[in-house]
Design a protein around this ligand. Structure first.
Ligand SMILES: Nc1ncnc2c1ncn2[C@@H]1O[C@H](COP(=O)(O)OP(=O)(O)OP(=O)(O)O)[C@@H](O)[C@H]1O
Ligand SMILES: [Mg+2]
Length: 429
């Protein structure tokens, strides 16, 4: 492909830029871990399993099951509109103040339960009285102000997302447009026929993780820290080729458990290009057009796959436009999407090599991230300065941008690392 770099270079660069990657990966571990990782039982209780404990037992599943601390109260709460996922939070991460409120609110309900054992007819009256006394019916709302609740029906604030993408994401007109359309359409549809699957492709440092973070925050306010957003990093969670079968089983269990607990869960698979071929096909049934799989509906979940695979194809198209004197913004999705899906399908190092996900058209959108130019790097430097609360100094902006390396050799149009090292370089100025 002429002077354009191949995607393996992007991978090498990522490996070299390990500080950032490790930091993110570490975050993934912490977030992915069950509330009580020590209780996570691997197959046969094998604590020496190479698989991270967080992959062993879906946390919501456990919390919705036997570990609920007040099981006798649970049916009553369900009757009042609380659901299993509510219980996960009630028995889990409730802040102290809310916990006191809960104790006060649950007192009459517990009393009602005791009454039920003595004289069942009184239960309705007792519950009604308890609700009236404690204002329980608004309790869930109140509770969700303090702790995180899964609000499946919550609509997407499309204009806020649009504004955020337009303001913060530089040089990615295709990604901005497709993500906005895909999410708005999906979230406005009360009965989606399948979960939304987005496959993000592009050169290093072009904004794939950055966008996934923005999307996560717009779907669940705690973003990547939300209990309903799950980040998998291939090299961290699925490192060993010899354990593919185990990873597949655990991935299925993990996703099933989390979607059971929150239908609008978001799953982000980072470094897809480093995922062993076949692992991802384990979740194919969940991404298909089934109403339910084993009693669980996956139709409101969102899956995002992030990858450098196809970055070379995207760069080639961008370069062709540039060389033909055409504007970058004239590149359309139809110029790239078909090339991407075929390229990724045929690429052994894409994580989607010969994948049934592509074969069966289960990926809804292949989203290209274009390589970033000098002017975009400058925009990233300015954004970083503002984020640090500093005044924008154009001399520094130029110096940082000029320290970056650009390709192809002759024209030097695209930044080798996108905006990835801007933050660390800015520290020197
Ligand atoms: N298009 C962009 N617009 C604004 N900022 C960007 C963009 N691309 C990258 N950045 C900045 O650079 C940082 C690193 O980018 P990000 O992690 O999203 O790259 P990536 O595409 O995931 O790269 P890689 O393929 O190497 O993982 C982001 O946190 C963000 O600050
Ligand atoms: Mg990334």
């Amino acid at each position: 492909m002429g002077d354009a770099h191949d995607s393996s270079r992007g991978r090498d660069d990522k490996a070299k830029g390990g500080g950032w990657k490790r930091e993110e990966a570490g975050e993934g571990v912490a977030r992915g871990q069950p509330r009580d990782a020590s209780r996570a039982t691997h197959k046969d209780g094998d604590t020496d399993s190479p698989v991270p404990a967080n992959m062993a037992v879906p946390r919501e599943r456990r919390a919705c099951g036997a570990e609920v601390t007040q099981p006798e109260v649970r049916p009553r709460l369900r009757g009042l509109g609380a659901r299993c996922r509510g219980w996960r939070t009630v028995s889990g991460a409730m802040p102290r103040a809310a916990g006191l409120g809960r104790a006060a609110a649950l007192g009459p309900l517990l009393a009602a339960h005791v009454v039920a054992a003595i004289e069942p007819i009184s239960v309705g009256i007792a519950l009604g009285a308890a609700s009236a006394l404690t204002g329980y019916l608004s309790y869930t709302d109140l509770y969700c102000r303090f702790a995180e609740c899964c609000r499946e029906e919550q609509r997407l604030n499309a204009s806020a997302l649009k504004l955020e993408l337009e303001e913060k994401l530089f040089g990615q007109h295709l990604a901005t447009e497709v993500i906005l359309k895909a999410l708005t359409g999906f979230k406005n549809n009360k009965n989606p026929k399948k979960p939304l699957t987005l496959s993000l492709h592009g050169w290093a440092g072009t904004g794939k993780n950055f966008v996934s973070q923005i999307v996560a925050e717009n779907l669940h306010s705690k973003g990547l820290k939300s209990n309903f957003v799950h980040l998998f990093v291939s090299t961290l969670h699925f490192p060993h080729e010899q354990h593919i079968k185990l990873y597949q089983d655990q991935l299925q269990g993990w996703i099933r458990g989390n979607v059971s607990a929150c239908a609008s869960s978001v799953f982000i698979f980072d470094e897809m290009d480093k995922l062993h071929p076949g692992v991802i096909d384990a979740i194919k049934p969940f991404l298909d057009y089934y109403e339910q799989v084993d009693g669980v509906s996956y139709r409101k979940a969102i899956f995002m796959f992030l990858s450098n695979a196809g970055g070379d194809l995207i760069t080639k198209t961008a370069l062709d436009f540039w060389r033909a004197g055409r504007k970058r913004e004239d590149i359309q999705l139809k110029d790239l999407e078909p090339v991407l899906s075929v390229g990724v399908f045929n690429n052994k190092h894409s994580g989607l090599w010969r994948s049934g996900l592509i074969d069966r058209n289960l990926i809804d959108y292949f989203i290209p991230f274009l390589p970033l130019e000098y002017r975009h790097v400058k925009m990233c430097v300015r954004a970083e300065m503002r984020a640090r609360g500093s005044a924008v100094d154009e001399d520094i902006v130029t110096r940082v941008a000029e320290e970056m390396t650009f390709f192809p050799k002759g024209e030097k149009i695209y930044s080798d690392k996108g905006c990835k090292t801007v933050q660390s370089r800015l520290d020197f100025h």
